[in-house]
Design a protein around this ligand. Structure first.
Ligand code: GLN
Length: 310
């Protein structure tokens, strides 16, 4: 009989991570192309771990809601996988882009088919699918995320309006796809929904709970409800690993070795299948739009625990 390894002392580990990684406010820049995000203080640092055995560990500003931005693309993709099935992959690929998340050039070369569902073009395409299939897509998404984390979450209307007023680049991406016949709805309707889902506000503790189904073969551990089938959950994790942190995805796979998804609000979620989910938040971003302290914190987490999918 083999003994399973002892459970790490997660509270002590989180404290060490916070001391070592801190907010790294001087090593990055808070996103300012969405005006409402530019006002968020750079010195915040929060982290939460949700284990599949049911413990939630918090550190620092782990209960302060922040704008999850592109992390919301996990949830829109989850809804689309359930509603659309395999046809989804005719409209959007699953290859890393190797380009900034809001780049236009690749889309022209590749005839309006976005590389993956996590770059902005791909997420706009997924948003279009949900606008077609759901009467009130933003409400459906909010309900799903509230159910997953067991608390009512909200969409920050000020952040959504602020991004909507500065949507020229995303509008260009959407119009481009429409010109190739790869977008069904009015660009304005798609953008309205897109900025709303990006403006979902969750704390690290809520985010770690809300993504636990990805560590549990698609089953929500809190309610026992199936959110994705196991194959879909594996695929979503694979896309997070290869595309979830944009053109830094290779570096994340190398340094962290877990499926991750970042957002320009400074959040990052990491999934250790069968074990736990980690959510970290610190608003100062590096050149690829990923939280600097967040990446350092995840690197330290895996260095000290040996968590990795490899
Ligand atoms: N709402 C943001 C945008 O469209 C999301 C980008 C991100 O978080 N990487 O630019």
């Amino acid at each position: 009989m083999t003994n399973s390894p002892p459970t790490p002392d997660y509270p002590a580990l989180l404290k060490r991570i916070a001391v070592a990684s801190g907010p790294a406010a001087d090593q990055g820049q808070v996103a300012d192309y969405i005006p409402a995000l530019a006002r968020v203080p750079a010195d915040r640092f929060g982290m939460a771990l949700q284990t599949l055995s049911g413990s939630l560990h918090r550190q620092g500003d782990a209960d302060e809601p922040f704008s999850i931005q592109s992390i919301s693309k996990i949830f829109t993709l989850t809804l689309a996988m359930g509603l659309v099935g395999e046809d989804l992959w005719r409209r959007v690929g699953r290859e890393p882009s190797g380009n900034p998340f809001n780049s236009l050039v690749q889309l022209e070369r590749e005839h309006g088919i976005p590389r993956n569902p996590f770059i902005n073009a791909g997420a706009l395409n997924v948003a279009d699918l949900l606008v077609s299939r759901l009467d009130r897509p933003a409400a459906a998404l909010r309900e799903l995320v509230s159910e997953l984390c067991g608390e009512s979450v909200h969409i920050d209307a000020e952040v959504a309006a602020s991004e909507r007023a500065a949507s020229d680049r995303n509008a260009a991406l959407a119009h481009f796809m429409k010109s190739f016949g790869n977008l069904d709805n009015d660009v304005d309707d798609v953008l309205d929904f897109y900025v709303q889902h990006c403006a979902l506000a969750l704390s690290c503790a809520q985010l770690a709970r809300a993504t636990a189904y990805l560590a549990h073969d698609g089953l929500c551990p809190r309610t026992g409800r199936r959110i994705l089938d196991p194959r879909q959950a594996r695929r979503l994790n694979a896309i997070m690993l290869t595309c979830g942190t944009y053109d830094a995805a290779g570096d994340f796979a190398f340094e962290v070795g877990l499926p991750c998804k970042s957002g320009v609000g400074g959040g990052i979620v990491a999934v250790a299948p069968g074990q736990l989910t980690a959510a970290v938040w610190s608003p100062a971003l590096g050149p690829s739009g990923n939280s600097v302290a967040g990446q350092q914190a995840l690197e330290r987490l895996v260095a000290e625990t040996g968590l990795s999918v490899f």
